[in-house]
Design a binder for this molecule. Structure first.
Ligand SMILES: *Cc1c(COP(=O)(O)O)cnc(C)c1O
Length: 297
């Protein structure tokens, strides 16, 4: 069963790692991961205005896309359940003999799962029977202006003027676009792309932000092999980061963010006196795909 979303749990955790003190860089983590076990992190924010619109249009069903470990699929299923809307997930690839925990949970939350071939998925082909006026379709990952507008409200959970930089992991770029739109013009927004050589994300972001904005920077060197790929170095980092901060991270998104920022601090990318806000966008459920015992949390 899906519980209510606990926005009260969101905290701002200031990190006191020796490296940060040595470089005189302040690092604070906005803990969106703590709001809910399924609707963790940024997904509620990206979905909130789509949901409002679907309700306003009296749509009965929300249809969206994702892979077998998709945080977006799980969050959509849980949010729809909370709002008494039917949900359908179009899932990449053949129906597996055994569902991933993500798909099992989505199904428990009432989502109907429809599996389509990887070729059709790449084209985001919607099965014909779903193209009815009763269905409200949301892009993969909640990509779009409406998703970015929701993501901008993440900043309501901090005093944004306290920070010189706001840093986040980047998949479709929707969250980063929202943060860019919501941030102050003198702030730098740092995105860490979790896909390999996904340079088109720059255009994807550009098309969601106000034209005059150029106070952002994307890093493409911290993907660890590509989307949902990892290397021992990343896992070691996650365990030691947890030991030092008590903050768990997920290997697909937030671990790559924390690793990248730590490494940029180490390389003096940030001047002394900078105050960084790192967005913990959740995604911890995806760690269930790792072999047991890989992580210490
Ligand atoms: C989906 C997701 C992101 C990426 O958000 P985009 O808006 O697609 O860039 C980052 N972190 C976590 C944990 C996510 O689940």
């Amino acid at each position: 069963m899906t519980d209510e979303i606990a926005f009260n749990n969101i905290s701002l955790d200031k990190l006191s790692l020796p490296l940060f003190t040595e470089k005189n860089v302040e690092v604070t983590v906005l803990r969106l991961d703590k709001i809910h076990s399924s609707i963790s992190g940024n997904k509620w924010f990206k979905l909130r205005y789509y949901l409002d619109e679907a309700k306003k249009l009296h749509k009965k069903t929300i249809v969206t896309f994702g892979g077998a470990w998709s945080n977006h699929i799980l969050a959509t299923a849980a949010i729809c359940r909370l709002n008494n809307i039917k949900s359908i997930g179009i899932i990449r690839g053949e129906e597996p003999a055994k569902f991933s925990p993500t798909l099992s949970h989505a199904k428990e939350d009432g989502m109907e799962l429809i599996f389509i071939s990887r070729e059709d998925y790449a084209k985001k082909k919607i099965p014909e029977e779903l193209l009815t006026g009763e269905n409200y379709i949301i892009n993969e990952g909640g990509y779009g202006i409406t998703g970015a507008a929701g993501a901008a409200t993440i900043l309501d959970y901090c005093d944004k003027e306290n920070y010189t930089h706001i840093c986040c992991a980047t998949g479709t770029g929707t969250m980063m676009a929202g943060i860019i739109n919501g941030a102050l013009i003198q702030q730098d927004i740092i995105g860490v792309s979790v896909l390999k050589n996904n340079l088109t994300v720059e255009d994807a972001i550009k098309s969601l932000i106000s034209k005059e904005k150029n106070n952002y920077h994307l890093f493409h060197d911290y993907h660890f092999g590509g989307y949902a790929k990892h290397k021992p170095g990343l896992i070691d980092f996650m365990n030691s980061f947890y030991q030092q901060t008590k903050i768990p991270s997920d290997f697909v998104y937030t671990a790559k963010l924390f690793f990248a920022i730590t490494s940029l601090i180490n390389n003096n990318f940030f001047e002394a006196g900078c105050r960084l806000l790192l967005i913990h966008s959740g995604g911890l459920q995806g760690n269930a795909s790792l072999r047991k015992g890989t992580l210490i949390f």
